[in-house]
Design a protein around this ligand. Sequence first.
Ligand SMILES: Nc1ncnc2c1ncn2[C@@H]1O[C@H](COP(=O)(O)OP(=O)(O)OP(=O)(O)O)[C@@H](O)[C@H]1O
Length: 241
Amino acid sequence: MLKIENVSKSYNKGAIKAVDNISLNVRPGEIFGFLGPNGAGKTTTIKMIVGLLKPDEGNIFVNGINNQKEPLKTKKIISYVPDNPEVYDRLSGMEYLNFIADMYGVSKEERLKRIEKYLEIFKLKDAVNDLIKSYSHGMKQKIVLTAALLSDPMLFILDEPMVGLDPKSAFNLKEIMRERCSEGKSVFFSTHVLEVAEKLCDRLAIINKGKIIAQGTMEELRRQSENKESLENIFLELTEK
Ligand SMILES: Nc1ncnc2c1ncn2[C@@H]1O[C@H](COP(=O)(O)OP(=O)(O)OP(=O)(O)O)[C@@H](O)[C@H]1O
């Protein structure tokens, strides 16, 4: 579903190598966790996957399509929720949802069904006709999540999705991720919450200083580490080397 091949990215004319020759593969029906300390290169990688940044080297394929060569085709099957979503404050929640559904060409029937479903899950029904600028931080996050789900993406990409969500909303989001994967769709998300990653992900990759230092199932990561008890121990051991 997602294949990253030997991808590198530098900033400031090569002075900062943010991502250094990484490769990974996310399969259909998989929840894939992308972990790493601050400044490791997670957001830079995600921005390259969704087409906001261009890799200096390497290729990224979404469902077999090269995202540099056919950006619109790949964007159609991806939804992306950034770590700090910017929303159109002067729209109401419903106007924003319809705008995103229009951009993705979602039919009236499908959008109504999905809007109803996710507004119910995220308890946003009463606020959906209010202006987004009146929303709390968490409500803004939830309207962005709802919008991202309207196109029923094959690949759902989230950068630090649990930050700012209350426990119930975080639980609901995890259920949504699981449901998508049971339907054969894929989820790729970055997180600092190791407990969530450990419980939720089918496979994980750990990035440190731009390089992938471990990748695989929890079982496979345990085998690569001497300190095998929890993902926290494995993470600390591998990133402190
Ligand atoms: N626009 C930019 N210009 C210059 N350097 C940048 C830019 N964006 C990121 N960097 C640098 O690239 C490196 C990787 O940053 P990135 O944001 O990808 O890390 P991250 O793993 O997402 O970090 P965090 O967990 O703190 O969000 C860091 O050294 C960062 O300072």
